[in-house]
Structures are given as structure tokens and as C-alpha cells.
Design a protein around this ligand. Structure first.
Ligand code: RFL
Ligand code: PHB
Length: 394
């Protein structure tokens, strides 16, 4: 089999890239290790920046996100038992975010891909990348034990943090930066109305909590737990009780509980691999970088990367095979990635209880939060980063 772009991974990065390339008339094949149902079973991000919505529109896959997504003009910060609203819309000159789950984004992209008749190989085994340092890269994989080879012009490594793409690059060609946080998020999805119509990010002496949602009838809640915590130790009741203790009195009163549809613990990590290009292999999304979820940046960064990559490939195929846009891909992405890394690290540090936080650290966090919600400049900086920094034109 031959294609122009072999895309490794059918997460949001790989599927969105596939649609953007297809719209530009560039042929592509997606190779995914898991089944489609498995990919759709993962409950992850919930907040889309306008840039991500715009890219979905460019890919022709924004109809349901626009119709069913919930536009949010603000978020609430809860500390010292009180909630304070950050007016994202007013502070950013009219920008907002859309609450629409990653599962739904993925479902929409999968359906569009199937409708366009594009090739997606699910349940691919032993995926391996070859010759991306030359002119004719190839991807090998097996399906039901039968070996296949895909020849291509480029490989897009969209296979997440644990994927094969970054692992195929020689160690000497890669520089990595990492920070592991000493806690994770225990998350619950439940068919109960959200406690508030906007997201609540809570800093408490017992640790961080987040009240989010997927719709008017489906909520997503998280509480900070130690890294070594096991999800089996958390009954639904134990989760709801812990969440309740981290809310303000009004939210505590309003909280509706119910059986969990999903419950899992996600570790928190900051990670960047540089560069994001090796010859004809391009890394995008979680394959190249991880942010802790506090700033809701993971999925949006993945979308930004593939927005740049699709543009660069359009230029390559459009302008007599000019490499210039492809040459700028890694630097352009990394400038944006590091700003999102900084924001996510800062917001995580401000909102969570670290082993060393202690009473002094708690007071300092509360003072910074008090400054943040009462200073126009500080609120505006939070809002500007939360709604997402712009993609540079090129
Ligand atoms: P994904 O979504 O991980 O998709 C990568 C895909 O590649 C496949 N794959 C392979 N395919 C072929 N061959 C191989 N050898 C392969 N190895 C892996 C995988 O099966 C998968 O289908 O990466 P992508 O597309 O870059 O998208 C990034 C986002 O998924 C990610 O940034 C966010 O979900 C991060 N994230 C969260 N972000 C938020 O903004 N808010 C959240 O609440 C939030 N929760 C999360 C998260 C990430 C998590 N991970 C990665 C463990 C919760 C979790 C548990
Ligand atoms: C979510 O709804 O899953 C969510 C929302 C905001 C975040 C992280 C996760 O910062």
C-alpha cells in the first residue's frame, strides 16, 4: 500500500490531521493500535479553545460541537471557602471556550473519516517506522498476524506519550524535559446535573478539586489524590464525600450525586521532547509533549500542532515541493508548546497541595489567588492563557 502521509494513532491529533489533509486533497492512512471502540472508551479532556473549534470547522467536523457544545464565558476559582469568577469573555475582548468532550470530538472525526471513505487500520500490531531519515519512509504493521507495509512521503507520529514514533528516534537526536507531580487526579463521570453552570477550580487544604461537565445532565468531577492511590480504594460514596468536603457551602448543598459511569486516576506530568521533526517524521500532540490537565491544554495543543502540520504539508504539496514550511514546523510548535507548559505548570502549582506545601505554602497560594481575582492584570493574564494563545501565521 502507498499513501502520501502515514498517520500513526487515531486519537484527536491523528484523526484531525487526517481530515485537514483530506480537505487539502492530501491522501493519508491512519494506523491505530487499538480498536475504534477502545479509543472511544477513553474519557479525557473536556474544554476546547476557539482555535480547536476553528480547526474542526476547517476540517468540516464542527457541526455537532457547535450545536451541542456548551460555550463558557467564565470559570470560577474557589479558595478559602469562597468562589470568585474569572470573566474570560470580558477579560479577553470577547473570547470563550466550548465544553465538549474529547470522546465526542473523536467520534465526530471517526464518522467524518468513514464517510469520506478514508483508510483507517484499527487493531494494528507491531507497528514500526523505517527510513524516515531518507526520501522513502515506510511503516510496517500486522493485522490478524499478517504483515503489511505502507510506503509514504511523510510519517506523522500522533500516537501519544506511550507510542512508537518518539521511541523510534535515536536517543542522541532527542532532548527531553520532564516534571512528574507527586499526585494524580481521581476522576468520576456521572449522569447528574453539574453543580454549577461554569467550571469550578478549587484550592483547599485537603487538595485540589475540579467540577466540570459534559452536558446539562452529565458531570465530570476530579479530586487530587496521592500518586500511589488505587482507584479500587474509592467507592462512589467515598469520592462524593471527599469532593463535598472540598466545595463551598452553596455548592455542597447543590451537589447531586449518582452512580459513576467511569472512574479512573490520571497521573500528572509535564513533558516536552525537542525537536518535533526528524527528517520525514513529524511528532504531534501527546507524542511530543504532555501537560498536567489543570489548564485544559492537552487536547488543544495537539490540535494546534496538527493545524501547523497540515498547513506545512499543504505548502509542500502545493508549491513545487518547497520544504520551507516543514522546516519551520518544530520551532513554531515548540514556542507555543512551552507557553502552554508554563501556564499548565503554574496553574497546577497554584491550585494543588504538594507534600511540602504546609501551612505557609497554603497561605502563599491563597494570597496569590486573592491577588489573581482582584488584579485586572493578573486575571487578564489567566484568562488570555486559558482561552488559548493564538496560532502564528506562516
Ligand atoms: P492520544 O489521545 O493519546 O492518541 C494517541 C493514539 O495513538 C495510539 N497508539 C498507537 N497507534 C499505533 N501504533 C502504536 N504503537 C501506538 N501507540 C499508541 C493510541 O491507542 C491512541 O489512540 O494522543 P493525541 O491524539 O495527541 O491527543 C492528546 C490528548 O488525548 C491529550 O492531550 C489529552 O487527553 C490529555 N488529557 C487531558 N487533557 C485535558 O485537557 N483535560 C483532561 O481532563 C485530560 N485528561 C488526558 C486526561 C490524558 C490522559 N492520558 C494520556 C493518560 C486523562 C488521561 C488519562
Ligand atoms: C474535563 O472536563 O475533563 C476537564 C476540564 C477542565 C480541565 C481538565 C479537565 O482543566
Amino acid at each position: 500500500m502507498r499513501t502520501q502521509v502515514a498517520i500513526i494513532g487515531a486519537g484527536p491529533a491523528g484523526l484531525l490531521l487526517g481530515q485537514l489533509l483530506h480537505k487539502a486533497g492530501i491522501d493519508n492512512v491512519v494506523i491505530e493500535r487499538q480498536t475504534g471502540d477502545y479509543v472511544l472508551g477513553r474519557i479525557r479532556a473536556g474544554v476546547l479553545e476557539q482555535i480547536t473549534m476553528d480547526l474542526l470547522a476547517r476540517a468540516g467536523v464542527d457541526a455537532r460541537a457547535k450545536a451541542e457544545g456548551l460555550p463558557h464565558d467564565g470559570i470560577e476559582l474557589l479558595f478559602q471557602g469562597e468562589r470568585h469568577r474569572i470573566d474570560l469573555h470580558a477579560l479577553t475582548g470577547g473570547k470563550q471556550v466550548t465544553v465538549y468532550g474529547q470522546t465526542e470530538v473523536t467520534r465526530d472525526l471517526m464518522q467524518a473519516r468513514a464517510a469520506a471513505g478514508l483508510t483507517t487500520v484499527y487493531s494494528a500490531g507491531d507497528v514500526s517506522l523505517h527510513d524516515f531519515d531518507g526520501e522513502q519512509p515506510r511503516v510496517r504493521y500486522t493485522v490478524d498476524g499478517v504483515a503489511h507495509e505502507l510506503a509514504c512521503d511523510f510519517i506523522a507520529g500522533c500516537d501519544g506519550y506511550h507510542g512508537v514514533s518518539r521511541a523510534s528516534v535515536p536517543d542522541s537526536a532527542l532532548r527531553t524535559y520532564e516534571k512528574i507531580y507527586p499526585f494524580g487526579w481521581l476522576g468520576v463521570l456521572a449522569d447528574v446535573p453539574p453543580v454549577s453552570h461554569e467550571l469550578i477550580y478549587a484550592n483547599t487544604a485537603r487538595g485540589f478539586a475540579l467540577c466540570s461537565m459534559r452536558s446539562a445532565t452529565r458531570s465530570r468531577y476530579y479530586v487530587q489524590v496521592p500518586t500511589e492511590e488505587k482507584v479500587e480504594n474509592w467507592s462512589d460514596d467515598a469520592f462524593w464525600n471527599e469532593l463535598r468536603t472540598r466545595l463551598d457551602p452553596e455548592a455542597r448543598e447543590r451537589l447531586v450525586t449518582g452512580p459513576s459511569l467511569e472512574k479512573s486516576i490520571a497521573p500528572l506530568r509535564s513533558f516536552v521532547a525537542e525537536p518535533m521533526r526528524f527528517g520525514r517524521l513529524f511528532l504531534a500532540g501527546d507524542a511530543a509533549h504532555i501537560v498536567p490537565p489543570t489548564g485544559a491544554k492537552g487536547l488543544n495543543l495537539a490540535a494546534g500542532d496538527v493545524g501547523y502540520l497540515a498547513r506545512a504539508m499543504e505548502t509542500y504539496y502545493g508549491e513545487k515541493k518547497s520544504d520551507s514550511a516543514l522546516d519551520r514546523y518544530s520551532d513554531l510548535c515548540l514556542r507555543r508548546v512551552w507557553k502552554a507548559e508554563r501556564f499548565s505548570w503554574w496553574f497546577t502549582s497554584l491550585m494543588h497541595r504538594f507534600p511540602e506545601t504546609g501551612e505557609f505554602g497554603q497561605k502563599i497560594q491563597e494570597a496569590e489567588l486573592d491577588y489573581l481575582v482582584h488584579s485586572h492584570a493578573a486575571s487578564a493574564s489567566l484568562a488570555e492563557n486559558y482561552v488559548g494563545l493564538p496560532l502564528e501565521e506562516f
